[in-house]
Design a protein around this ligand. Structure first.
Ligand code: SF4
Length: 384
């Protein structure tokens, strides 16, 4: 089995200390639902999934939620199960997500002995008032403490998530957050614009006029400034929102962006392999019951037809700075994307929004700013 054809394994742990105001991920506060014993249900679903996936694993990623809300012995047990399942694979990367303030020495030791070699930390900002606007439970100083603690235990690879476009954030405070992250020496940064998702407290506050959004023009300026600051600091942009020091790209997320196979486990988790895509139920009770009954806990699934595969390849691969691989497209779809998208490629190239060479079609710096509309243009103009 080639390394390329192996899957990414994702496990979703849906517990958080409390719900952040902007969050629309499936997660519940630990006060609402007891996390004890949850890991064994993830293990049970993983065994069910292995009945239809025998292709091995390239990466593992435990996300959430806040996986570090599980007790240390449950994290240890879960990691042991993953190590067993991936014993015949040489994992390129084993990541766990954590929030500052939820990692301690005991848990970091558990990570290391369980094979974790990368931690993705939700930092978001280095300014207390901005963290407060997001309803985050930690302060700026806990970000650096968590990174130091992880390094002391031997975890070298750390990603830091940051958010721009926070109400009250300025160009100066955003630059300062980026510089603080750079000074901490993390090898990877994921920097997303704040989005106002339906049904969140933040969106309700905006709609009621209690907070003033940053504004699209300010966000665009923040994005462009970020590209320059991170490039000057030696981070290479490899996806619209992701930046890495040389050779430190997130291999797990690259599987998604390159349309590779992935097996998702846990409430709300999605998976896609053998040209079939599924999403699990968004309810801990329904999830636990189905898994206990030996049934796949899916809310929906579909077999991918050719047109869906084309859409997925354009939507995911164009996110990367490398772009849509012409060879991968020809192999999977059986036609040439330069022909299929011919009507719009010349227009977008003239507008300097995309560039095409003999191996890839990719977004330019200007194109990165309007990625969604470029993808929509390409897909609308395709020739059957
Ligand atoms: S910690 Fe992350 S997953 Fe949990 S509520 Fe906040 S944003 Fe959502």
């Amino acid at each position: 089995m080639s390394q390329q054809s192996k899957a990414g394994l994702y496990l979703h742990v849906p517990f958080c200390p409390s719900k952040c105001g902007y969050c629309d991920f499936f997660s519940v506060s630990v006060e609402e639902s007891d996390a004890t014993g949850f890991a064994q249900h993830l293990e049970a679903e993983l065994q069910l999934r292995l009945r239809s996936w025998s292709g091995g694993f390239r990466t593992a990623f435990i996300g959430g939620g806040t996986p570090t809300m599980l007790p240390p012995d449950e994290i240890a047990h879960l990691l042991t199960q993953i190590q067993k399942v991936t014993a015949d694979d040489e994992l390129l990367e084993f990541t766990i997500e954590a929030n500052p303030g939820t990692v301690d020495v005991e848990k970091a030791k558990v990570f290391v002995s369980g094979g974790v070699d990368r931690v993705s930390l939700g930092g978001q900002s280095f300014f207390p008032q901005e963290l407060k606007a997001l309803d985050r439970q930690h302060g700026p100083e806990e970000i650096s403490q968590a990174i130091q603690l992880l390094r002391d235990q031997g975890i070298r690879r750390v990603n830091l998530d940051l958010i721009f476009g926070i109400p009250g954030q300025t160009m100066d405070s955003w630059r300062e957050s980026l510089n603080r992250a750079i000074d901490l020496g993390v090898d990877h940064l994921s920097c997303y614009a704040l989005t106002y998702e339906a049904g969140t407290r933040l969106t309700a506050a905006r709609d009621a006029g209690r907070i003033a959004p940053c504004g699209e023009s300010n966000e665009a300026d923040m994005y462009l400034m970020m590209l320059d600051v991170l490039s000057d600091a030696g981070y290479e942009q490899y996806e619209i929102s992701n930046f890495a020091k040389p050779n430190e790209q997130c291999q797990h997320n690259l599987i998604y962006w390159n349309n590779g196979p992935y097996v998702g486990v846990g409430p709300s988790a999605a998976g896609c392999f053998n040209d079939r895509r599924y999403r699990n139920v968004e309810s801990i009770n329904a999830y636990v019951k189905k898994v206990d009954d030996g049934v796949l806990p899916e809310a929906e699934s579909e077999n991918l037809d050719r047109e869906t595969i084309i859409t997925e390849m354009v939507m995911m691969q164009l996110r990367t700075t490398r772009g849509l691989s012409l060879d991968a497209f020809r192999d999977r779809v059986g036609s040439d994307p330069l022909v299929r998208f011919a009507p719009v490629i010349s227009k977008l190239t003239c507008l300097q929004l995309i560039r095409a060479n003999d191996s890839h079609i990719a977004l330019t710096r200007s194109g990165l700013m309007v990625a969604d509309s470029i993808m929509a243009d390409l897909l609308a103009a395709r020739i059957a």
